[in-house]
Design a protein. Sequence first.
Length: 222
Amino acid sequence: MTIRILLADDQPLVRSGLTGLLGAESDLSVVAAARDGQEAVELAAELRPDVACLDIRMPVLDGIEATRALTSLEPAVPVLILTTFDLDDYVFGALEAGAAGFLLKDAEPEEIVAAVRQVAAGQGTLDQSLTRRILAEFVQRRALAPVTARAADGLLTARELEILGLLARGMSNEEIARELVVEIATVKSHLARMLPKLGVRSRLQAVVWAYQNRIVQVPDGP
């Protein structure tokens, strides 16, 4: 199955480079490349891509508002943020808007390709070199959703809490299934019930929720 990708970046060179990089993969196809967030939203409504790769700072409509619009479509379009900014209010805003992940533009080509595949598979991704810093600052500065003020006890089942903890460790559905000795479909079913309970729209937001509520602790060290 081919993953259909929508790109959005106001720099022609970046659009061209990403189109060449992703289009070279046999299972990936760039169906459109937008110059700004507004054009990305319009193209997504027409083409219904599997993944949208967005820059943060764009004219007309920035990456945050574009993300909010794309994740509000029915069905939602998963968003991968590709940015040059690591610790930036734009990044936090994109996470709150429902982005499934973010990656720095100076990441290795294979990392970008892998991130697109992860987001398309519903797994989300977070730049590993920045995970601890992003989570630590996000927990201190932001409230992800009103539900974060409530205790997790009674909100999630024991199994859901277990899966949330493994999710926060960066495990994929397949890895969680192996860890718990259950079917992948069972993991997906638990996640589908869990996210609405937390008031979040993505796995990545669920991880941030877990740190904010101290279900798991932000790790020390790099």
